[in-house]
Design a protein around this ligand. Structure first.
Ligand SMILES: [Mn+2]
Length: 199
């Protein structure tokens, strides 16, 4: 758990596909003075080479941490030409403007849960990065205190996401409960990131 001046609490569950040592999913998150970024990529296929591509994308994001969501996706797409493709989700939270933006290309899901327990799942853009360039949507919203963001790879299924424990306010509790009673899919790499804005 983060120190007290952090605005975002983050908890992560990750598990490789059955029989694999490497998880093809990679994630990165960082809070700076004015903003927070979280990204999750799933390399096409699985194992070591999938991991390599998804890790390249995380490195690019780390190097360009102040770029906006749209720019980040464009940069990643360009740098992946000739490499194994990835699907990617990127969330940025701005503490100064009290706004958030996110986008996902391919099978990375993003769900928001407000303090009033309103759950909303965004529909990802189709395709993947490393292919040809195509238009994509970036979503934005108001950063209300207590809002929870859930970012997940395709090892997480819709049934799991509808479970009541996602309405809880403790991000560690959400990932721990998922690990204990959901998270039974071992046919794909699985990553579930729970984040809460504390104000
Ligand atoms: Mn996957």
């Amino acid at each position: 758990m983060g120190v007290s001046e952090n605005h975002m609490e983050v908890s992560v569950f990750q598990q490789p596909k059955k029989g694999n040592y490497y998880c093809g999913d990679s994630y990165y998150y960082k809070e700076t003075e004015n903003e927070f970024i979280c990204a999750l990529a799933d390399g096409l296929g699985s194992g070591e080479y999938a991991k390599e591509s998804s890790q390249i994308v995380m490195d690019i994001i780390e190097e360009n941490v102040h770029a906006d969501v749209e720019q980040l996706i464009r940069i990643c797409n360009e740098k992946l030409v000739g490499k194994r493709g990835v699907v990617l989700g990127v969330l940025k939270v701005n503490f100064r403007t009290n706004a958030y933006t996110f986008s996902s290309i391919g099978n990375i899901g993003i769900m928001t849960i407000t303090e009033k327990q309103e759950k909303k799942r965004s529909i990802p853009n189709s395709g993947y990065l490393g292919g040809y360039r195509r238009p994509f949507k970036v979503f934005d919203g108001v950063l209300d205190p207590g809002i929870i963001f859930i970012m997940f790879s395709d090892g997480v299924n819709s049934m799991d996401l509808s479970a009541k424990y996602f309405l809880g306010k403790d991000v560690d509790r959400i990932t721990e409960t998922y690990a204990a009673i959901g998270g039974k899919n071992r046919d794909d790499d699985t990553t579930l990131i729970a984040m809460r804005y504390l104000d």
